[in-house]
Write a protein that binds this ligand. Structure first.
Ligand code: UD1
Ligand code: UDP
Length: 369
């Protein structure tokens, strides 16, 4: 294939690397030539390069750095970088995943050059415009040529909005990731030996509308410190920064009920999910992973809405908001764990990447081969 017949896969943050990993593998297996690009939104080794190594991905052909800056500037810089790269490499399709600023920026750059965009994890909606992710996913969906919706619910959202691109229901590649890496995690990860508690809840928080609001951040941390079961919390760099800025870091570090970890690698995180009693999170991907048959954990969603209603409907997850008493009450209730969890995930059975790769092959590559 000529360079202009290549598929470009773009990632920028931790969850994009994890969710693109199975798709990169599937495309490689089908011998579809790839250009792999890191747009640089996440830049710390522990949020980025570590996942490329652990998930055994190729090194990116192009690696950018965008300094931490405002939302608008970050988006603008990525648009400018990607526009230059797309003009030079002329891929026949650009694949993006999820709802980050990097995703929107890349899609805008491609659409303006007339290069088709394939959006993996299309059609999610929180209906909450306070979230930057909600702008990013809505706008990206409307300029995408191919939309890979993980579920029927996501497909319905796209149909209701009359998007112009072609919509396919494919499941979510994060389930593929859990299935593909869990046995490596079981044999390689030693994280569980370092956990101080026999039984624990696993918590993560990083959403801007939570941790950038000092009142919400304090509520969440107090809920964790007073929790009926001890909490293990790998801290996102954004949250670490906010704890420090709000003078909460010493107090949180001192709490005997908490074990604070730096961001952990994927294999370690899989083992923490597998071992914990319940999960408390405002993360998107973790809500999905908890439903994988290898994990099957109850999740308390520390937000007032979710763009992943399937996990709630299937009985895995519950929206509990950010009020301390509500969180503690939901924890006590959930730890009793009377109802049985479903066996299957609403996000597919681990073949999403293969399905997406096959669609790409027949829609894009056949025209060129
Ligand atoms: C971003 C995404 C969010 C996604 C999350 C995954 C947007 C709007 N947000 O949020 O949807 O859930 O990634 O983790 O795109 N920082 C570091 N090192 C890093 C990366 C970030 O220190 O490697 C710190 C910096 O202070 C930075 C802040 O975290 O300013 C926020 O980073 P940014 O990428 O803008 O947003 P996230 O909160 O990571
Ligand atoms: N994750 C990880 N290490 C951590 C925390 C999360 O490997 O310390 C993984 C987790 O398994 C999931 C993804 O990172 O696949 C979720 O990323 P994040 O919560 O940052 O973003 P979101 O999914 O909310 O966009």
């Amino acid at each position: 294939m000529e360079t202009h017949e290549r598929i470009m896969v773009v990632v920028g943050t931790r969850p994009e690397i994890i969710k693109m990993a199975p798709l990169i593998k599937a495309l490689q297996k089908m011998e579809i030539p790839l250009t792999f690009v890191h747009c640089g939104q996440h830049y710390d080794y522990v949020m980025s390069q570590r996942f490329i190594e652990e998930l055994e991905l190729p090194q990116p052909d192009y690696n950018y750095k965008v300094k931490a800056c405002s939302q608008g500037e970050q988006t603008a810089r990525i648009i400018a970088n990607m526009e230059r790269l797309l003009k030079k490499t002329k891929p026949s399709l650009v694949l993006v995943e999820g709802d980050t600023n990097g995703v929107l920026a890349t899609s805008i750059a491609a659409a303006k050059l007339g290069i088709p965009v394939g959006h993996v994890e299309a059609g999610l909606r929180s209906f909450d415009l306070r979230m930057p992710e909600e702008h990013n996913r809505r706008l990206t969906d409307h300029i995408s040529t191919y939309l890979f919706a993980p579920t029927k619910t996501a497909e319905n959202n796209l149909k209701r909005e009359s998007v112009l691109g072609k919509v396919y229901v494919t499941g979510n590649t994060v389930i593929d990731a859990v299935m593909q890496y869990i046995s490596k995690a079981e044999s390689k990860s030693k994280i569980v030996d370092t956990i101080k508690f026999e039984k624990f809840a696993l918590a993560t928080v990083h959403r801007a509308e939570n941790v950038d609001n000092p009142t919400v951040l304090r509520n969440l941390m107090e809920a964790f410190m007073e929790s009926p079961t001890p909490i293990v919390i790998p801290i996102h760099p954004r949250t670490k920064k906010r704890l420090r800025q709000n003078g909460m870091d010493a107090e949180v570090k001192k709490s005997k009920n908490l074990q604070i970890l730096p961001p952990v690698g994927y294999l370690d995180f899989l083992m923490l999910m597998k071992k914990c009693e319940i999960i408390l999170t405002d993360s998107g991907g973790i809500q999905e992973e908890a439903t994988a048959p290898q994990i099957r954990k109850r999740v308390l969603i520390l937000r007032s809405s979710t763009e992943r209603p399937e996990a709630v409907e299937a009985g895995f997850a519950k929206i509990v908001g950010t009020d301390k008493q509500n969180i503690l009450e939901a924890m006590r209730e959930t730890l009793k764990g009377q109802s049985k969890l479903p066996v299957d995930s609403p996000y597919g059975n681990g073949d999403s990447a293969k399905r997406i790769a096959e669609i790409i092959e027949s829609e894009v590559c056949h025209h060129h081969l």
